[in-house]
Design a binder for this molecule. Sequence first.
Ligand SMILES: C[S@@+](CC[C@H](N)C(=O)[O-])C[C@H]1O[C@@H](n2cnc3c(N)ncnc32)[C@H](O)[C@@H]1O
Length: 346
Amino acid sequence: MSKAGAMDLATGLGGKMDKSDVLSAVDKYEKYHVCYGGDEEERRANYSDMVNKYYDLATSFYEFGWGESFHFAHRWKGESLRESIKRHEHFLALQLGLKPGHKVLDVGCGIGGPLREIARFSSASVTGLNNNEYQITRGKELNRIAGVDKTCGFVKADFMKMPFSDNTFDAVYAIEATCHAPDAYGCYKEIYRVLKPGQYFAAYEWCMTDSFDPNNETHQKIKAEIEIGDGLPDIRLTGQCIEALKQAGFEVIWEKDFAAEAPVPWYLPLDKTHFSLSSFRLTAIGRLITKNMVKALEYVGLAPKGSLRVQDFLEKAAEGLVEGGRKDIFTPMYFFLARKPLSENQ
Ligand SMILES: C[S@@+](CC[C@H](N)C(=O)[O-])C[C@H]1O[C@@H](n2cnc3c(N)ncnc32)[C@H](O)[C@@H]1O
């Protein structure tokens, strides 16, 4: 269960923006998306504004419902959601062979939940790269509380143009973040540039699977719901990510869609038919209570106007994600491990 309370949710809503600007930001954000007349080209061209608005609006809801790590997990039977989330993070650290003293980059780090866990698990120094100011402020505070602020930090920048020299990091990872990139090749190429030769990049990508049929209206609707609910320009196919990695210069060591064989479906916490005390806030009844609480907070002026509409598009996202998962047309855990060769012609 998340440590954030109702007042944290209310005060964090809108992130760094002026509270009186939240309603117009929701308007602008919605207009980027298909259901409100927006199109993919416009989302790509304005990805930075769109994604930042999304995270200013959604971060405190994420922290309230999900905790400090904003990602799904491959889950075994008998494992709690929290345990599975941590194991999902440890798996990346193991795949990357992280060692004490390694300099590691977390691309699109959220408020740093995975960064803190991976730093404690491996004793590596992790830098979180994020374009959202509000998330970085939260992350710094949580790093201080966790006692990892001496070895880990944050850099505010766009992962399409990173402010690091070539060959800086011993390892790079990205968890459910590079799906926000307007083009995968451009983003992977930047990761390739800042990674030392011979070293590894591992990620969990959000992708449409081979079962997705672009001519099927239901599939299209699910994809659009996930895009609006999660601030995405366009969800790529798994094969497109692998192609982009190779084009960027990486050698793909192995890849796997962990959703395909997870003993417990990754979308279970969001499934309205499922009940869990330990992740109560994510259940249908938990979400209904949050909705009414946000409505009341907005009514009395403690939460900014527009808050309820944010809750509405997040609800849409939850429905799209569950349907996408049930139909096996979408995965939030397409894993790959890729290596930057020692030399360009290796
Ligand atoms: C779903 S969250 C995942 C956060 C984190 N990896 C986790 O698992 O907790 C996606 C993150 O990517 C970041 N992000 C999106 N687009 C970005 C960009 N162009 N440059 C840097 N960060 C970006 C967002 O601000 C957000 O922190």
